[in-house]
Design a protein around this ligand. Structure first.
Ligand code: 4AD
Ligand code: MG
Length: 482
């Protein structure tokens, strides 16, 4: 076969020029036709659209054409022609065909028909080859790029924080242990405890739940920084919004108070959503149609807003900002609370908000994204700045429709004594976190930050309903396949 430089399908579909000979490579989605002519839909992952290959059957070996099946990898040299069919401007008339990789089509799990998302999770090694997961992979990349672009434009530095750590940044005890000790023969201290002095790092270590604490160290010298890394939580919650391994973006800024922090969070989310609309429209349109198809049977009031409309809606509205105490009043007096419709009834100050409450506020009451502030200190982490009232902390959670909490953050306690006392109260080992406390002794300043759960953002932008479908290889309780 003649060697011609490969043209990507996304680029080819943008041309209107015809007559040139090109090479395309990809995987066959479908083949249809008759004894005279075959139409092959080819996809190479570069865009949602397939390229139509027209094959004049008499010009090729029958045995070779048989090998062009759904799933096969092919390389095709051919002429770009104006397409007579609808849906695309150009197609390729095949001159030479090479089957690069045959596909055992009887055993191939991806048949050209609709498969359930649950089934596709079981074949996550192949699900990239579907329209839905191809679109999600491209949107995910665009969002990663947009995160770095946003912060780079603002002069923030990207800091890599450790993945293996000895501290529990959130103090919630939901950590995966990291050890090289022989689990069948653990070394013991005289008291009978496991002797972590003999472990790889000479102390007990775990996978990080957040890069924040190290992020703060950097911010208190560099000014404005952000991290973007994997985080790990061994919380045994098998929900459609929790992963055991997820990616988090954590900006941390010196000289920012809670209001500055909220401004940044709102600007950041809007930037990302606008970036998706500006750069991923083909994929978003596909995902929107998919969603509408899925919701066809539902009652009007149970249907979600059309995806692109929903994204534009968030862009064009200011987020509501409101203290936790006021949110509790709204929830306490709400119909679902009075009628006992909430799984977790709200009885007053101190109640932790579940996603049913967060979604009620956003979807039913305000009908806009909401930032709740000043939560009770007892339901928030030790590092948050304590308010004068002695009861609340300068926390902020950004709540989104369909998602609930998408961002969690706060102004940080910069006063050494207050931080130390709170750590002691909450049984956080202050001695082991001497390095964190040191920043409060050496030039401490007002500072703030937040964490955006990247997969929660992906849920919102793609309209997908389950977090297992917006990360290529999800890690959840009892599943770590692939
Ligand atoms: O609210 P969280 O626990 O906050 C922190 O970790 C802070 N250290 C952030 C900071 O201030 N720098 O988590 C932040 C966000 C949540 O709002 C949510 O979007 C996401 O991370 N998140 C999860 N996403 C997927 N699966 C899980 N198990 C998640 N837990 C939290
Ligand atoms: Mg949180």
């Amino acid at each position: 076969m003649e060697q011609i430089r490969r043209t990507k399908i996304t680029d080819l579909l943008k041309t209107t020029e015809t007559g040139q000979i090109v090479n395309v490579k990809g995987w066959v989605r479908t083949k249809r036709g008759n004894k005279q002519v075959n139409f092959v839909a080819l996809n190479d992952g570069t865009c949602i659209h397939n390229l139509q290959i027209v094959v004049d059957v008499p010009n090729f070996d029958e045995s070779q054409l048989k090998r062009i099946t759904t799933g096969a990898a092919v390389s095709i040299n051919g002429e770009v022609c104006a397409s007579t069919g609808s849906g695309q401007a150009v197609e390729v008339l095949a001159k030479e065909i090479e089957v690069m990789g045959d596909c055992d089509v009887d055993k191939y799990p991806l048949q050209p028909k609709k498969h359930s998302l649950e089934f596709l999770r079981e074949i996550a090694h192949l699900r990239f080859r579907t329209n839905t997961f191809g679109a999600i992979a491209r949107v995910r990349h665009a969002m990663i790029f947009a995160v770095h672009q946003f912060f780079t434009q603002k002069g923030f530095l990207n800091i890599h924080t450790p993945i293996i750590t000895a501290s529990d940044a959130e103090g919630a005890g939901e950590m995966f242990k990291v050890t090289t000790l022989d689990l069948d023969n653990l070394p013991r201290t005289e008291e009978g405890d496991i002797n972590f002095k003999e472990d790889f790092f000479g102390k007990a270590t775990n996978l990080t739940v957040s890069g924040q604490l190290e992020g703060e160290l950097a911010a208190l010298a560099m000014g404005e920084i952000y991290t973007f890394g994997p985080t790990f939580r061994a919380e045994n919650s098998n929900t459609s919004r929790h992963l055991a391994e997820f990616w988090m973006i954590e900006p941390e800024m010196a000289f920012y108070d809670l209001n500055d922090n909220m401004d940044l969070a709102e600007e950041f989310l809007k930037f990302l959503i606008k970036y998706a609309l500006d750069n991923c429209l083909d994929d978003l349109k596909f995902l929107s149609n998919r969603l509408q198809e899925e919701e066809k049977g539902k009652k009007a009031e149970d249907k979600t807003m059309e995806l692109i409309e929903k994204l534009e809606f968030v862009l064009s509205n200011d987020f509501i900002r409101l203290p936790y105490t006021e949110a509790i009043d709204i929830l306490k007096n709400s119909k679902p609370n009075k009628k006992g419709k909430f799984k977790y009834p709200i009885d007053g100050f101190g109640s932790d908000l579940q996603s049913e409450h967060e979604r009620y506020l956003v979807e039913k009451h305000f009908k806009k994204p909401v930032i709740l502030t000043d939560y009770p200190k007892d339901i928030k982490a030790f590092y948050m700045k304590q308010n004068e009232d002695g009861k609340t902390v300068r926390a902020m959670d950004v709540l989104f429709p369909q998602i609930g909490e998408i961002i969690g953050g706060s102004q940080r306690e910069e006063n050494y004594d207050k931080l130390y006392n709170r750590m002691t109260e909450m049984e956080i080992p202050a001695e082991e976190m001497w390095w964190y406390l040191d920043t409060r002794r050496f030039g401490s300043v007002v500072h703030s930050g937040f964490g955006l759960g990247f997969e929660r953002l992906m849920l919102f932008v793609t309209g997908m309903g389950n977090i297992r479908d917006v990360i290529p290889f999800p890690r959840t309780p009892k599943t770590a396949e692939f």
